[in-house]
Structure formats: structure tokens, C-alpha cells
Design a protein around this ligand. Structure first.
Ligand code: MN
Length: 128
């Protein structure tokens, strides 16, 4: 059953918002509050999709994406990564895609867009 979503995000308000939104659809949210720990979770656990903040306190989201794509764990070459960018107009989106992300969303997070983008890769367990 594919429904494990890893969210790498240092902002607790965004984490709470996304946790509630995705758990209401039956997904399981795994949380990482910085880039290094996010990479570690992705390497060691079964993750079906990754939501990736770009502005993180240690390594940035671009570096996270590059490390995931270069990982020895083969599945991380194609696990979907959705970048969540704060500065879409400043080239964040293009940089996120070149770093290996599949798509991007802009902050502030819109819940309907989040559901649609996640469901495009991983069907919602509770959807009917
Ligand atoms: Mn951030």
C-alpha cells in the first residue's frame, strides 16, 4: 500500500497544515525538520512521495533533491518529489526541477492544489 509521504519542512505551521490535510485523506505523514534528517529518513524508510521545502536551516532543498537522486537506494531515483517554493518568481521553481524535483508548488500552500498534486502520483487511500 503506497501512502507514505515524507515532508521535509522547518516551518511548524506548514507542517501542521499539511499533516492535517493529508491525514484527512488517509495518507501517513512522515516529518523531517531539516535537510539532513530528511535525506536520512528517505534512505532508511519506505517513502512513496516526498514534499520538499526549499528554504531549510541546514542544506537547502536543491541539495536535498540532488542527494536523493544520487542515492545508493535505487528507488530514490524515481520517488516523486514535489518542491514547495517560496520564491517562484526568483527562479526557485526552475532550480528545483533541475535539481531533480518532478513538480513544484508555491507558498502559501493551497490545500486543494496539494491534494491534486499528491494524488497525481499516489492515490489517496480514503478517496472513493
Ligand atoms: Mn523553510
Amino acid at each position: 500500500m503506497a501512502h507514505n509521504i515524507l515532508y521535509i519542512e522547518d516551518n511548524p505551521d506548514n507542517m501542521m497544515l499539511v499533516k492535517r490535510a493529508l491525514e484527512s485523506r488517509g495518507y501517513k505523514l512522515m516529518e523531517a525538520v531539516n535537510g539532513e534528517s530528511g535525506v536520512a529518513v528517505a534512505q532508511s524508510q519506505e517513502v512513496d512521495l516526498i514534499l520538499l521545502d526549499i528554504n531549510l536551516p541546514d542544506i537547502d532543498g536543491y541539495e536535498v533533491a540532488r542527494r536523493l537522486r544520487a542515492s545508493d537506494k535505487a528507488s530514490l531515483a524515481y520517488t516523486p518529489i514535489i518542491a514547495i517554493t517560496a520564491n517562484a518568481l526568483k527562479g526557485d521553481a526552475e532550480k528545483a526541477l533541475s535539481a531533480g524535483c518532478d513538480v513544484y508548488m508555491s507558498k502559501p500552500i493551497n490545500i486543494r492544489e496539494l491534494w491534486a498534486r499528491v494524488e497525481a502520483f499516489v492515490p489517496a487511500p480514503d478517496s472513493k
